[in-house]
Design a protein around this ligand. Structure first.
Ligand SMILES: [Zn+2]
Length: 72
């Protein structure tokens, strides 16, 4: 049994278990240091990270195991 529930991919209509986390922040909405997380499956990692990267919001893409307690 794992300690944390599995994260589900944030892509529309995708129910896959997320293995990556797209970490991003919108400077107009979020304080510096805030880290928004979109869980992403292998298939949608590229799509979701590109979406925020095009807007200049992408901070990093990490495996979900590497998320810290303040991420979310
Ligand atoms: Zn997905």
């Amino acid at each position: 049994m794992s300690a944390a529930p599995d994260l589900v991919c944030s892509a529309k209509r995708c129910r896959a278990t997320a293995t990556y986390a797209v970490v991003w922040r919108n400077p107009r909405l979020h304080a510096a240091g805030r880290r928004k997380v979109w869980p992403a499956c292998e298939e949608h990692r590229e799509h979701l990270s590109t979406f925020v990267d095009l807007r200049g919001f992408l901070l990093e893409v990490v495996p979900v195991d590497a998320l810290g307690p303040d991420d979310g």
